[in-house]
Design a protein around this ligand. Structure first.
Ligand code: G1P
Length: 271
């Protein structure tokens, strides 16, 4: 069973400037709710019991959001507003599930994952990238089902416009397992259009094996000088570790860019 999830939250959010100049992008409201809460709701509904947040000193605001008990207690004592009481109870529930680790230098997603090593107990764990919202269908829940069926690692996949392949991790697939699931032959971080093996992109949901940590501790920086989870996954695939690409059926919203962020608010409001 997958019971633990990790969420990298140390990113600077430059694509959302100026909103992120003083504010954590994951706390920006999407239709009246911080983006991170959609991710936590997805985890909880998928049966996750513990979540490790990878933050940085600059993103301390995220921890403060969940650790503001005295403030809430005072307000609730005075006002007894049922809406605030309900919201506070929800925050408290999540607070109990969350552990924090720090990544103070932006060395990439792979480096962020490595920081969680001491907390991961089980053979497999889930990772969610908070810029990638998936609505209408719980992608993590579907991926956990696939993991349970095939006992392997799983990554979310979506067809993208060929012109945009250099923005994503891109798969080369091998065998089709069933309607929406394929074995992964290769995964390449942000290839050029000419070298991309397909237009099937990695979207930010991963079920990873614990062995990823030993690969990450030896991983050299890749594209853009960062340590990529994609490269560590490729090392495991090279050693015959089984990874499945899951064509998810929910709707993907890119909340990490200004256009996508604005669109996601509209999409969620009408859903
Ligand atoms: C990360 C991954 C990339 C993946 C993307 C999905 O890139 O490195 O492989 O396709 O998330 O959103 P980033 O968005 O951090 O540039």
């Amino acid at each position: 069973m997958i019971k633990q999830a990790i969420i990298p939250l140390a990113g600077l959010g430059t694509r959302l400037l100026p909103l992120t100049s003083v504010f954590a992008k994951e706390l920006l409201p999407i239709n009246g709710k911080p983006g991170i809460q959609y991710i936590l709701d997805e985890c909880k509904e998928a049966g996750i019991k513990e979540v490790v947040f990878i933050i940085s000193k600059k993103k301390q605001m995220i921890k403060n959001y969940f650790y503001n008990d005295n403030f809430y207690k005072k307000i609730i004592n005075k006002k007894k507003d049922p809406r605030i009481i309900k919201e506070y109870k929800q925050i408290l529930k999540y607070k109990k599930m969350i552990k924090f680790v720090y990544q103070n230098k932006p060395r990439g997603t792979g480096d962020a994952v490595l920081k969680t090593k001491k907390y991961i107990r089980d053979k497999f764990f889930l990772m969610l990238l908070p810029d990638d919202l998936i609505i209408k269908k719980n992608c993590s829940k579907s991926m956990i089902k696939i993991h349970n069926r095939y006992k392997s690692s799983v990554m979310a996949s979506m067809n993208v416009n060929k012109k945009t392949v250099s923005r994503w991790g891109i798969f080369k697939l091998s065998k089709k397992l069933d309607r929406n699931n394929y074995l992964i032959k290769d995964v390449i971080e942000k290839p050029s259009i000419a070298s991309a093996p397909s237009n099937k992109a990695v979207i930010g949901r991963y079920i990873l094996p614990k062995e990823i940590f030993s690969k990450l501790s030896k991983q050299k920086p890749g594209k853009g000088g960062e340590i990529h989870i994609t490269d560590a996954i490729q090392s495991l695939i090279n050693e015959n570790s089984k990874f499945i690409a899951h064509n998810f059926s929910g709707k993907y919203l890119d909340c990490g860019s200004m256009n996508g962020y604005i669109k996601s608010t509209l999409e969620i409001a009408k859903s």
